[in-house]
Design a protein around this ligand. Sequence first.
Ligand SMILES: Nc1ncnc2c1ncn2[C@@H]1O[C@H](COP(=O)(O)OP(=O)(O)O)[C@@H](O)[C@H]1O
Ligand SMILES: Cc1ncc(COP(=O)(O)OP(=O)(O)O)c(N)n1
Length: 310
Amino acid sequence: MAERGFVPDPLNLNRVMPAQGSTFYEVCKKCSPEQVSIIYYFGGGHMKLVLTIAGSDSGGGAGIQADLKTFSAHGVYGMSVITSITAQNTMGVLGIEDVSPDMVYLQMKAIFEDLYPDAVKIGMVSNEDIIKMIAKGLKDYNVKNVVLDPVMISKSGSYLLKPEAVEALKKELISLSLVVTPNLMEAGELIGKEIKNISDMKEAAKKILDFGAKAVIVKGGHLTGDALDVFYDGKEFYEITSERIDTKNTHGTGCTFSSAIAANIALGYDLVESIKRAKAYITGAIKHSLAIGHGVGPTNHFWNIKIREV
Ligand SMILES: Nc1ncnc2c1ncn2[C@@H]1O[C@H](COP(=O)(O)OP(=O)(O)O)[C@@H](O)[C@H]1O
Ligand SMILES: Cc1ncc(COP(=O)(O)OP(=O)(O)O)c(N)n1
């Protein structure tokens, strides 16, 4: 039975599509993460808009490419401001070329003066001048709902943020963010202390909140045991946990997680619910990750959408 305003998928896939001309748009709230869970709205004007400000990963597993795939997998309209171009694959980063700060601002202007986003994710920001320009753009256009992933070093060990720009990231961007999503190493860099366990993660979340963010989630992807992340909003700590999946193919996990948070915020979920939904999404994307390339393969952004099987 089709839900009101929806018709069965004409390709006979295990998903539901909106009836032509329907004004209803929703991502399925009843579906478990293991189910095919996206309902697409193809009518005009009601799609939520989400922007990523980040670097390009030529290999498609992280950065802008991962973010846009994640947005599509959530049924939101994705847009991008590219800060830096990386020549990158599953084995590593071959080179990095930064976009000029003026061009970063111009991309922001183009978007904010026409396609104002419902949420913004920030990833690789590379250097101090770009960081300052992004902060200016966020202030000039009064941007809210910012999810800041303070990307510093790739899994393959390349600096994606110049070490001398960490202070600028702290000073300029954290206070403009709704939530900051550091991994263990990034949280450690931000507070100047190595993070080794849950108690350190809680301490780091508190200190990063003091830099001006409204909330912080310290990701425990690089610990052992369950994949446990610590969320703090100044009032309460939440431990958000999933099973740890035994795979080497985890390229782009942080990018994908933060983009999924932004997509869920745009869809209207509150922050805690957005994080829980993003956690379910990244867990599935890792569980179904792709053994492609010769190194650390990417997560599977479309694991929850049934595509025609041939
Ligand atoms: N092997 C894994 N199994 C399950 N979840 C994981 C695994 N690795 C990372 N995660 C989860 O993926 C998200 C991204 O975390 P992490 O990999 O630490 O980020 P980053 O890519 O920034 O280093 C977090 O929710 C983390 O708990
Ligand atoms: C262009 C670009 N941006 C960010 C990253 C880091 O992404 P992350 O999700 O932390 O994944 P890993 O690099 O740790 O696999 C990147 N690599 N490239």
